[in-house]
Design a protein around this ligand. Structure first.
Ligand SMILES: [Zn+2]
Length: 137
């Protein structure tokens, strides 16, 4: 008539082994939406990247600004860079950002977060537990 406790447990366990999907080591990122206004480059969907990558927008912004050797600021959802920058540059730099600050160097997982100690930043992997220092910005 009813399932025994043991049966329920077995059933739960079975469900658990079925449910979690293997993590795909890829983030679904949109294309950078770039427009140029005068001598400025506007990255219109900047915040989408920060949200999808689960990274501090300021950290991402500083990284891009430094790599592009220019000044940048946040404006709502958008990031504004001084000078005319190519869309391709943003694609390349976001790839690089993912390598430096998101991808676990040991197992390749993207399920990671950054931890800050006094002077260093660490990339901590949720999957394999690796903790590697990353370059400061
Ligand atoms: Zn890992």
């Amino acid at each position: 008539m009813s399932l025994s406790y043991r049966d329920l447990l077995t059933r739960l366990k079975n469900n658990q082994t079925v449910t979690p999907k293997a993590k795909v080591a890829k983030l679904e990122l949109p294309k950078p939406d770039i427009i140029w206004v005068g001598r400025k480059t506007i990255f219109r969907n900047f915040m989408d990247f920060s949200r999808i990558m689960i990274r501090d927008p300021d950290h991402l912004l500083m990284f891009l600004a430094k790599e592009l050797a220019t000044a940048a600021s946040l404006d709502g959802e958008r990031a504004i860079f001084i000078g005319r920058k190519q869309r391709q540059s943003f694609t390349v730099l976001i790839d690089r950002y993912m390598r430096y600050f998101i991808t676990c160097s040991i197992c390749g997982s993207l399920d990671t977060h950054l931890e800050k100690s006094r002077r260093l930043r660490f990339l901590v992997c949720e999957v394999c537990g690796a903790r590697s220092s990353v370059r400061s910005k």
